[in-house]
Design a protein around this ligand. Structure first.
Ligand SMILES: [Zn+2]
Length: 218
């Protein structure tokens, strides 16, 4: 019988990355945030598309090119429909694409507020080992040790101690905890004989504290 509870955490950042760019109105560098709007211009058979950002301080807009002078016929229909309707989910996905932002500025602010959706994948009620599979669809600036501290209800020092004791393994090397979580990264916790192990397991699986896991097979 497996003594391992497998849980997936999906990490969803609350705020999009904010590029720092010169603002002509403010007269200095300012962070810009995505407005959620998309602009699409037609030039004959060719299209230009931009994601619209606004200066944090004065609302002046900056148009980030999504593409320029592209043949309408070359754009996948689903993408074109999303651009035409300024689909919010599509705009949000673009806003998290850091590569085009990095070509415009070396300074990008990434807030570390996240929502974490927890789902038990497999395991048994009395498991003392927990495997947390991290799903990170969008990059976040939050360090892994802070994420674990918040979500497991432990101080960051306690997380470090669990790692030092070999009870928490977050990947090769000792720097994984100081870096943001990566997609498909696994955090393994061995909590047999740990006094507050049950509370940590309950927190990891998203169960209210004090309630025991009764059934996790699904
Ligand atoms: Zn401004």
């Amino acid at each position: 019988m497996s003594d391992c509870l497998r849980i997936r955490w999906t990490i969803v950042p609350r705020d999009c990355p904010r590029p720092v760019l010169p603002c002509p109105t403010c007269g200095g560098d300012r962070p810009y945030h995505p407005s959620g709007k998309i602009r699409l211009n037609a030039n004959g058979k060719r299209l230009d598309a931009w994601l619209i950002y606004k200066c944090d301080d004065c609302d002046r807009t900056w148009n980030r090119p999504i593409f320029e002078r592209r043949l309408a016929a070359d754009i996948p229909p689903a993408e074109l429909a999303a651009l035409r309707s300024a689909d919010p989910a599509f705009a949000r996905r673009l806003a998290f694409d850091l590569a085009p932002l990095r070509r415009k500025t070396s300074v990008i602010l990434q807030a570390d507020g996240v929502d974490v959706e927890k789902a038990v994948l497999a395991g048994n009620a009395g498991a003392t080992t927990v495997e947390i599979l991290l799903a990170v669809p969008h990059p976040t600036g939050l360090r892994l040790d802070r994420l674990l501290s918040i979500e497991l209800g432990c101080a960051r020092g306690r997380i470090a101690k669990l790692a030092d004791d070999g009870r928490l393994i977050a990947g090769a090397g000792d720097t994984a905890l100081r870096r943001p979580p990566r997609n498909d990264q696994t955090v393994r916790l061995r909590l047999a004989g740990v006094g507050d192990g049950r509370a940590i397991i309950d927190a990891a699986s998203g169960r209210p504290r004090g309630r025991r896991i009764t059934s996790v097979d699904r």
